[in-house]
Design a protein around this ligand. Structure first.
Ligand code: DGL
Length: 272
């Protein structure tokens, strides 16, 4: 019998669909299950305990769907809950399953790209507070300087459909100017949503700054992981199907989600 295992992709909402779009684009034969916890988004301002509990519920759901491997596309969940899930939750409940995050691939990509060793980060408050990028980048090269900027209003603007408006540009300049002034040469988009406005961000920071996003880092990281772990890879289905689940109403999720995913999606509502 052919392998049945799926790859789960979890986000607080629909931002992770932008990451999924690039995963499916790069690795189209695998079977994916997407879960967006939109009813409880945004995660950015939530406490560590809340994000941890919500993330474990999402892991339970995705594993019950037949996932062998889960990717936290959500930077907030990756930075504040992932380590505890990997070290405490999985070993006691699901020892043969794996959960990966986006912070390490983003940190590795940025550390490889920087020339002047000055990296900027824009992310939610939760991700900035966690210090995850500083920690992960310093494991690779302690001499790199990190400049972080919480960008709480961007998620709201992007969800309101502002992808290149004057208001969005003004907000971006406010958040990015201190990083430009710090002479960064590399900028990490440390939030699922920001990939959708990468062109606007690039036009604000200019060509001298390389922008590193999930859509760049995550497909490479997943492909490399599956090569390093044939014991996981061989449990994965190649039926090429993708299923979408949301904790919120499906009409809003499908409408906004289709913009992030780049084509029409039909989701199913679940409760966690
Ligand atoms: N998915 C979140 C992240 O990547 C952004 C939206 C939120 O705050 O929930 O951090």
């Amino acid at each position: 019998m052919s392998a049945q295992g799926k790859i789960g992709v979890f986000d607080s909402g629909f931002g992770g669909l932008h990451t999924l779009r690039h995963l499916v684009g790069a690795l189209p034969t695998y079977a994916y299950v997407y879960l967006g916890d939109s009813a409880r988004a945004p995660y950015g301002p939530r406490t560590t305990d809340e994000v941890y509990v919500f993330s474990t519920q999402s892991v339970d759901f995705l594993l019950a769907c037949g996932c062998e491997l889960i990717i936290f596309a959500c930077n907030t969940a990756s930075s504040v809950a992932l380590r505890k899930i990997q070290q405490e939750y999985l070993p006691t409940k699901y020892a043969d399953k794996r959960v990966l995050g986006v912070s390490v691939p983003l940190a590795e990509a940025a550390a490889t790209v920087t020339r002047n060793k000055r990296i900027g980060v824009i992310a939610t408050e939760g991700t900035v507070r966690s210090g995850v990028f500083e920690r992960e980048i310093h494991k690779l090269d302690p001499s790199i300087k990190i400049f972080q900027q919480a960008a709480p209003h961007l998620v709201t603007l992007i969800e309101a459909g502002e992808h290149d408006s004057e208001q969005l540009r003004e907000t971006l300049v406010k958040y990015l100017q201190p990083l430009i002034d710090a002479s960064i040469d590399t900028l990490i988009l440390g939030c699922t949503h920001f990939g959708l406005i990468i062109d606007t961000i690039k036009s604000v920071v200019g060509p001298q700054i390389t922008v590193v996003s999930e859509s760049y880092a995550e497909p490479r990281a997943l492909a490399a992981y599956l090569t390093r772990h044939p014991e996981i890879d061989e449990r994965l289905s190649h039926d090429g199907k993708t299923n979408f689940y949301t904790t919120d109403t499906t009409d809003k999720f499908d409408r906004l989600g289709s913009i992030f995913f780049g084509r029409a999606i039909v989701s199913e509502k679940i409760s966690l």
